[in-house]
Design a protein around this ligand. Structure first.
Ligand SMILES: Cc1cc2nc3c(=O)[nH]c(=O)nc-3n(C[C@H](O)[C@H](O)[C@H](O)COP(=O)(O)OP(=O)(O)OC[C@H]3O[C@@H](n4cnc5c(N)ncnc54)[C@H](O)[C@@H]3O)c2cc1C
Ligand code: FES
Length: 282
């Protein structure tokens, strides 16, 4: 498939997650579904990959796929409005069309975590690219040892996927800890940055694989803290963000140290990026 080919998709549902974030459920237009085999309507991807979403007349941005890789017929993207394209996406309504190229990028090393403890850490919108990992591991739960999810947001009202988090919390084989920077209202949970949760979750540092997505500073401090606890840098993975244009390693917009985030990432081991992560202008 030509990586520059933008395919039209239709918005099926818009779910408001928080004051500045929506989840778009998107599918190929019916005309394509009817004229192609059922497999032709699916959109296969691996957890951690992203698409380029194009809004006519405004522009194109990279956004992680936040849905279930076992159900590729339904494509989900969770978008936080920060500028022109993400605001346009957040204003979409059922029936609107957008263009999609992808999927791009490398996936989280989910299979590498088999037989190990798996620790997932997310900050803010960073839960979006982590959610497909949970969808992948739930049906094959016995292949992993302990699984923990540590999630931090600025305030209680910024928590994404709230009802799903409640369901995840009720699972006896998944440890979910949530913290907020600023407690407000009747919040009775943890307060403080997400790294403070690391000492509250059980894992065997020698046999733990960690996946982290969030602001760069949060990822850097999480990596440092995990290393202090004994987790090997080659078992810690982060998802990096840079501005993108081509998304296939041609234009150089997403350069990050010696890498292009679109082609070599977005997932990197801490071992690979420890000299670059959290540094300005790299
Ligand atoms: C691999 C990858 C996956 C991503 N996944 C998601 C996702 O799942 N959901 C999502 O909402 N976003 C995601 N992003 C970030 C998203 O691509 C940017 O928010 C988007 O490009 C901003 O474009 P814009 O036109 O809306 O804003 P712009 O006009 O480009 O930017 C407006 C303002 O926001 C700032 N800004 C730009 N990008 C970011 C950012 N990432 N974080 C904070 N401020 C920013 C700019 O510096 C500027 O001040 C991802 C980025 C990458 C590289
Ligand atoms: S976006 Fe062009 S090289 Fe990565």
């Amino acid at each position: 498939m030509d990586p520059f080919l933008t395919i039209p998709f239709v918005i099926q549902r818009v779910k408001k997650e928080t004051s500045d974030t929506v989840t778009l459920e998107i599918s190929r237009p019916d005309d394509r579904v009817k004229t192609h085999s059922p497999a032709g309507s699916a959109f296969s991807f691996l957890p951690g990959q992203f698409n380029m979403l194009y809004v006519l007349g405004i522009g194109e941005i990279p956004v992680s796929i936040s849905g279930d890789p076992n159900h590729p017929e339904k494509l989900f993207h969770t978008v936080r409005k920060v500028g022109a394209v993400s605001i346009a996406l957040s204003l979409m309504e059922k029936g609107d069309r957008i263009g999609i190229r992808g999927p791009f990028g490398n996936p989280w090393p989910v299979n590498k975590a088999q037989g190990m403890d798996l620790l997932l850490m997310a900050g803010g919108i960073g839960l979006a690219p982590i959610r497909p990992v949970l969808y992948q591991v739930f049906p094959e739960r016995d292949r992993y040892n302990r699984i923990g999810l540590l999630y931090g947001t600025r305030a209680p009202e910024d928590i994404l996927y709230e009802s799903e988090i409640k369901q995840w919390r009720s699972k006896f084989d998944l440890e979910v800890l949530v913290t907020v920077d600023r407690a407000a209202g009747d919040w009775k949970g943890n307060t403080g940055v997400v790294t403070t949760l690391i000492s509250k979750v059980s894992f065997d540092p020698d046999r733990t694989l960690v996946m982290i997505c969030g602001p760069e500073v949060m990822m850097r401090f999480s990596c440092l803290e995990l290393q202090k606890k004994g987790v090997k840098p080659e078992n810690i993975f982060v998802s990096m963000e840079r501005n993108m244009k081509c998304s296939v390693g041609f234009c150089g917009h997403c350069q990050f140290g010696p890498w292009f985030v679109c082609k070599d990432g977005p997932i990197f081991s801490y071992d690979q990026v420890k000299d670059w992560i959290g540094k300005r202008e790299i």
